[in-house]
Design a protein around this ligand. Structure first.
Ligand code: PSV
Ligand code: MN
Length: 422
């Protein structure tokens, strides 16, 4: 995306934007500080989200999808050029193996991108793989399977080192489908022991992010099923191991913001996989179902990070982990990033000292008013202004459509393409 096309769009819409921005900025104390925070706040894009996803019932290709890692990097580069908020990419190995790390790295930096956490995959069997993960990987009863899974994770760290990444993200599907299938204590201890061996291979400045999920693909138990189990592992492993929160990995009604608050308090929050859901791990566009919950999570994040003196932009990992079955993946990702920044901006607007006072006085109605006052502020012109200041588009999706980017990608890549890893 040539910069002049973005600039030309912005120029045409500047007056209209300025009117909206001036209105909201006049209501805020120190809008300049807030804009700086918004500009610094970046959200990583997973390499597996650039293609159309599917369900176990089918997959409907959208056309012009990236056919390889290089094209995925180009797509993230495009997203970043439009929103100036997505300056990194997270790879899943072996869905995206960087065969030539130096050239992949230089392509990424050409687009102003770097590499976020690398993700291992021991939830699928790969062609030619010696031993199967049908009954788990790091928790497997057979030592040889565990060793294979450990070796894979260590290999993923090596790919990550070559790319300049600094975190290994581990999600295990290990669990059981029926009562009696597994000894829970044994499974947990074997997982811990396997993770210990991977932990020993982590470079000094690296982190291990341990993701949890209550069900799917196993439907009776998951060995790392909730934040308590992840936290227990992370605590036993050491300071480099932390708990990763994927918003879709909670049972309905779970108070995720409370989990976030306590993990932050303990210095054990690795970061996020953002998405939204109505029923389970739906992997829907961030903010599409329950934007208020997202705001409440960000309220805890801002409060908890400030309490620990952490930098909002870099203190923990921020990433999207969503899947798009019926939307253009690039548009969907732009919507997700926007929703995250809206929730973040609203959280920054919360009148903290007034909230503390209301809490001390048990003024419940006032506390609710304070939160909802921030949540009901239309911060979109602030996000647009921060994009404008960093060279992005006032309206990224409008530019994407006006320039018929997808049409161009279909011409270049073809109507029926399948992104690796899907
Ligand atoms: C599992 O549902 C998960 O959230 C993990 O993060 C995986 O790595 C990712 O989805 C990819 O499918
Ligand atoms: Mn995830």
């Amino acid at each position: 995306m040539e910069q002049h096309k973005i600039d030309e769009y912005n120029h045409r819409h500047l007056k209209e934007h300025q009117r909206k921005f001036d209105f909201v900025a006049s209501e805020i104390t120190k809008p300049g500080d807030l804009l700086k925070k918004l500009e610094a706040f970046q959200i990583a894009i997973p390499s597996w989200a650039l293609g159309t996803g599917g369900t176990r019932f089918g997959r409907f290709s959208g056309g012009g999808e990236p056919r390889n890692l290089e094209e995925k990097i180009e797509d993230v580069g495009l997203i970043h050029a439009l929103n100036r908020s997505s300056n990194s990419i997270s790879l899943h190995i072996p869905w995206d193996i960087p065969e030539n790390a130096a050239s992949v790295k230089s392509l990424a930096s050409h687009f102003g991108l770097h590499f976020d956490a690398v993700n291992s995959n021991t939830f699928q069997d790969q062609p030619g793989q010696k031993l199967s993960y049908k009954f788990g990987s790091l928790h497997h009863a057979d030592k040889a399977v565990r060793e294979q899974a450990i070796a894979h994770n260590i290999e993923v760290i090596k790919y990550g080192v070559a790319l300049g990444s600094n975190a290994l993200s581990v999600w295990l599907s290990d669990g059981s489908n029926f009562p009696g299938q597994l000894n829970f204590r044994g499974a947990f201890q074997r997982t811990l022991h396997s993770l210990q061996q991977i932990y020993e291979s982590l470079p000094d400045d690296w982190k291990m992010w341990i993701e949890y999920k209550p069900f799917e693909p196993n439907f009776y138990s998951t060995t790392i099923g909730d934040w308590g189990q992840s936290y227990l592992l992370a605590s036993k492993l050491g300071t480099k191991a932390l708990t990763l929160v994927d918003l879709g990995h909670h049972l309905q009604g779970t108070n995720i913001e409370q989990i976030v608050s306590l993990l932050l308090m303990e210095g054990k929050l690795a970061g996020f996989h953002f998405n939204d859901s109505k029923y389970g791990d739906d992997d829907l566009t961030v903010g599409s179902i329950n934007p208020y919950q997202l705001f409440l999570i960000f309220n805890e994040l801002v409060e908890g990070m400030d309490a620990r003196g952490m930098d909002h932009a870099t203190g923990i990992g921020w990433m999207i982990d969503a899947s798009h079955n019926v939307k253009d993946p690039i548009e969907d990702l732009l919507q997700s990033v926007e929703a995250i920044k809206i929730a973040y901006a609203q959280a920054l607007l919360v009148d903290k000292s007034a909230l503390v006072q209301a809490q001390l006085q048990n003024d419940v109605a006032k506390a609710q008013e304070i939160l909802q006052d921030a949540y009901r502020t239309d911060v979109r012109p602030l996000i647009a202004e921060s994009r404008l200041r960093s060279g992005g588009a006032l309206d990224p999706i409008a530019v994407f459509r006006e320039q018929n980017v997808r049409g161009g990608l279909i011409k270049q890549r073809g109507e029926k393409t399948v992104a690796t890893g899907l």
